[in-house]
Design a protein around this ligand. Structure first.
Ligand SMILES: *[C@@H]1O[C@H](CO)[C@@H](O)[C@H](O)[C@H]1NC(C)=O
Ligand SMILES: *[C@@H]1O[C@H](CO)[C@@H](O)[C@H](O)[C@H]1NC(C)=O
Length: 367
């Protein structure tokens, strides 16, 4: 019997392990973290070795989904409402409103992001470790459109089919769209010549998908837009000059660094009164979310979407076609990753390195 038990345990662990790898809540967050890792300044990567737990191996991905894994534990239950934000009166696509009438809770994804960004800057030790884990996670959540709408509990109550199986709309976006892409992607299985990309990959099932997103997406489809992703349009005192690459060479990149990042005091005391975006931190969750929320009305619950009848099959050209054609999911993952890198570079980057590399990744070398 002992033999059985000792045989079973590793088998069980193995099962659990693969279940975790396949569960996309997890992988989506890890992909975002991996794309961020690719864009970190060397000094930030080094610091992560000291800040994150040893078994993270200086990488953001291993703890990217940690915030989900703890949110049902009694001492962390207060964080479970921080994974989403619901605008009052929002019901995509009929009523596409985000924040104009306020939020259903003051403790939400937007205020939490400001909080953990402030804490990342302000603290060291385990408090900074926890703050970075939350920051990594919440920035991922901000870029999953259904975390920005309360309709049908963020799609959890919408029964749908995907590839013939019963599921819900939230899971389709959180998990199944990404898994399907990974399964059907047949290229990028070999290492690229870019050390920057390859050194951030960890032998995961999504490596090829990350390569595709970075090589064809960030360096291709969105080559003209991605440098502006981390900017904060309503940040007020953000210097727009910092957003413009110094030369337009394809490999040169620049991130906005908030000028008065060191004065991030008083954020917590100010309370989550609108507008939520703090002028003193390199993050503007409200502006970013306001621009992302319409995706709910265009793609998630499009005007022709109807849940009243039988659960609709969503793996169809009518629903999935535009999402695939426009790389909607890949763009969200890329955007979250680039923004996460920009925030961490600006908060933790070595000053000398930041000025040498043009306040960010001006000297980014791909090869
Ligand atoms: C910010 O974080 C601290 C500690 O992590 C917590 O006590 C506080 O409630 C948080 N506030 C919000 C709005 O998340
Ligand atoms: C890689 O595969 C994707 C998805 O199948 C396709 O869109 C893309 O064009 C391919 N790229 C190359 C270089 O073959």
């Amino acid at each position: 019997m002992r033999i059985h038990a000792s045989f079973l345990l590793p088998a069980l662990l193995c099962l659990l392990q693969s279940a975790r790898v396949i569960a996309w809540g997890v992988a989506g967050h890890q992909i975002v973290a991996t794309i961020a890792q690719i864009h970190l300044l060397p000094s930030v990567r080094e610091q992560l070795c000291d800040i994150l737990p040893y078994n993270a191996r200086c990488h953001l991905a291993p703890y990217a989904a940690w915030a989900d894994s703890i949110k049902r534990q009694p001492q962390w239950r207060w964080t479970s409402s921080l994974h989403y934000v619901n605008g009052i009166g929002d019901y995509p696509a009929e009523h596409c409103v985000f924040g104009e009438k306020g939020w259903s809770s003051e403790k939400n994804l937007l205020t939490a992001l400001v909080n953990v960004t402030y804490e990342t800057q302000q603290y060291g030790g385990s408090r900074q470790d926890i703050a970075i884990r939350f920051l990594t996670h919440y920035l991922g959540d901000l870029h999953m459109p259904m975390h920005l709408s309360g309709r049908d509990r963020g799609g959890n109550d919408d029964h749908v089919k995907f590839e013939g199986r019963m599921t819900n709309l939230h899971t389709v976006w959180d998990t199944l769209l990404i898994t399907q892409s990974i399964r059907t992607l047949s290229n990028y299985t070999r290492p690229t010549s870019s050390k920057r990309i390859e050194s951030a990959l960890r032998g995961s099932i999504y490596d090829a998908y990350v390569r595709w997103i970075v090589v064809e997406g960030i360096r291709g489809w969105w080559a003209n837009d991605w440098l502006a992703w981390p900017s904060c349009p309503e940040g007020g005192d953000l210097d727009p000059a910092l957003l413009v690459p110094r030369n337009m060479d394809e490999d040169s990149v620049d991130f906005p660094i908030h000028p008065d990042v060191s004065q991030g005091q008083a954020i917590l005391g100010a309370g989550p009164q609108p507008p939520i975006d703090p002028p003193s931190l390199p993050i503007c969750p409200q502006s970013w979310a306001t621009a992302l929320h319409p995706l709910n009305c265009k793609y998630v619950w499009p005007p022709h979407y109807d849940t009243r009848g039988k659960p609709p099959e969503l793996d169809t050209p009518a629903y999935l076609g535009p999402i695939r054609d426009q790389h909607v999911v890949e763009r969200l993952l890329a955007m979250a990753g680039v923004r996460l890198a920009a925030v961490l570079n600006s908060l933790l980057g070595d000053e000398g390195e930041k000025s040498a590399l043009g306040h960010g990744l001006d000297g980014l070398v791909w090869e």
